[in-house]
Structures are given as structure tokens and as C-alpha cells.
Design a protein around this ligand. Sequence first.
Ligand SMILES: [Zn+2]
Length: 121
Amino acid sequence: MSRPPAAAGSGARRARCPRCGSPVLRQLVGRRAALDVTADVGELTAAAAEALRHPNRLHWCLRQTRDGPDMRWADCRRRPGPCPHPHVIDHECTGPPPAPARPASRGRARSTPVSDGQLTL
Ligand SMILES: [Zn+2]
């Protein structure tokens, strides 16, 4: 059984990386195209996070809200002056590569619920 993904905007939750076991923050960040973010829990200054950033590793502006921590796009990078909020950066996993997916059982004919005489277009 798998838990349904958290709805966007529900704030960050603490979790553990399934691969290396590091504590991480997970959240769907963004309103329209939500990104499933897994970030290290270690809080950095915006400048330190920026120094670690590269195109495949974003950092996030961590706000404390009434409902707990909430990761936001680091739009503050574009604003003048240092961001007063702590930042967290994408988790870069040092754990073993994920176990290979179970070999797909190909060739298994999918039975369609459409009866033979019925044509669906
Ligand atoms: Zn990891």
C-alpha cells in the first residue's frame, strides 16, 4: 500500500530518504506545477544555499508557518538584500542506487472491459 501524495501547499513533512536514511523534508512545492521536493533538513543561510546550488540542485526558502515548515521557491534570490529565512537544499543522495525495478512482465495481454461487439472510438 502506498500513501497518497500530500496535497500541494500542505507544508513540509519530515521523512527519511528511502535510500540513505538521511532525515529529509518532503513537500510538493508550487501551485500549478508542483515539484516533489526532497530536501536536506539542515538549514543554511540563503547565501550558503546559493553557493551549493547547481542546475539540478535547487534550494528552497523555508518559512515557518502556523502549520509547520513550508518550503517555497527561492524567489528571494532575485530580490536585493539577503533573505532573512533559512534555506534548505535539495537532498543529494549518497545512498546506494535504488534497487532495480521488478522486471516488467511484458507480453501479458491486457484484457479490456469492452465486449467484442462494442467499438469504442
Ligand atoms: Zn538519500
